[in-house]
Design a protein around this ligand. Structure first.
Ligand code: NAP
Length: 313
């Protein structure tokens, strides 16, 4: 019989690693499955300065290394593999992976979400050098500078409002003639004197040398193409949660495709939890992801106690 784990965690970003640490420390037989490097989105962060208690900024890579070491010290095991499907059996789950089947009493999905990219020349080359997908993470590095915000949804409007506390020079472009965002939020952006909104406008190219210097913009109505100086480009055009391997499970998702959980991080499938960016949540940060992971591991432990008839009532 295959070795059965108590807790199988899919994804080794901050949420998954925190779940691993809490799970292993609670004596759960814990396995973390990751197809790429551990660290997730945190690996993109060069200078992490807003994680509580980290006074001297460290890199996202260093934090991920520490989180992995901590989980390993408590006994968590790691498997480099891709998960293709999750199936519920009688009282446990079977994960089909590129390295074979894994059985576990509970599953924590911590696969994150991928920011959509504009897919224009210069975008990938300037990530971390002026191109960003997170205002809270990178906005403070461009205090008082000229920023371009791309997008028309709630995230773009929220983040533009946040950035307007850091600079009075924001140009916000959206490809349509009005915002997709909720009316109240859109109205706040339009009334903000630090944000110049240009509708029917798209970015065609990001230019610079060692960092972003300018962006080529196009007015879709007049077809005018012009180059304008910018120090930073913040892209908020939605993101795609990584949940392909759950497509046959019937798990409840919100309108944007994120996994809906209760306050213990349990999804609509008992014993299957979701944490971090893949979860329907209003704020996506390393600290919130880590907290999700801790809560899910604790809830998984209680679920297993119930399963084994060992719950303390
Ligand atoms: P979203 O609602 O999907 O909006 C994405 C925006 O980016 C849309 O305006 C879209 O334009 C535009 N866009 C997409 N691809 C583009 C491209 N290639 N080039 C230029 N523009 C492009 O995504 P989101 O704003 O990240 O929000 C995701 C979910 O989280 C939503 O359900 C949202 O309500 C929720 N959320 C809520 C809050 C809040 O309540 N405060 C804050 C953040 C997020 P079109 O309009 O033309 O499609």
């Amino acid at each position: 019989m295959a070795e059965r784990y108590d807790l199988a965690i899919i994804g080794a970003g901050a949420a998954g690693l925190a779940a691993a640490q809490y799970g292993a420390r609670a004596n759960l037989k814990t396995l973390v499955i990751e197809e790429m490097a551990h660290g997730g989105q945190a690996l993109l962060i060069d200078t992490l300065e807003n994680y509580p208690g980290i006074v001297e900024p460290i890199s996202g890579y260093d934090l991920a290394e520490r989180m992995r070491a901590q989980a390993e010290n408590f006994g968590a095991q790691f498997l480099a593999a891709s998960v293709h499907a999750v199936k519920k059996a009688e009282g446990y789950f079977v994960l089909e992976t590129s390295e074979g089947a894994v059985e576990s009493l509970t599953v924590v999905v911590a696969t994150g979400a991928q920011h959509r990219h504009l897919e224009i020349p210069g975008e990938d080359a300037f990530i971390g050098k002026g191109v960003s997908y997170c205002a809270t993470c990178d906005g403070p590095f461009f205090k008082g500078r000229k920023m371009l915000v791309v997008g028309g949804g709630d995230a773009a409007c929220d983040e533009a409002m946040y950035l307007s506390k850091l600079t009075s020079q924001i140009v916000m472009i959206h490809r349509r003639d009005r915002f997709r965002a909720q009316k109240a939020l859109a109205a706040r952006v339009l009334a903000n004197p630090s944000i110049e909104v240009r509708f029917n406008t798209v970015a065609r190219e990001i230019r610079g040398d060692s960092k972003v210097r300018s962006v080529v913009l196009e007015n879709l109505q007049t077809h005018e193409i012009y180059e304008e100086p910018f120090d930073a480009v913040f892209v908020f055009i939605g993101s795609n949660p990584r949940i392909d391997f759950l497509k046959d499970t019937g798990i409840a998702l919100d309108e944007a495709g994120y996994i809906i959980t209760d306050c213990t991080m349990q999804s609509s499938i008992p014993g299957l939890f979701a944490v971090g960016d893949v979860r329907a949540t209003p704020f996506r940060q390393i600290v919130t992801a880590a907290a999700d992971g801790a809560i899910a591991a604790h809830a998984a432990s209680m679920y297993i106690d119930e399963l084994k008839g060992q719950a303390y009532h």
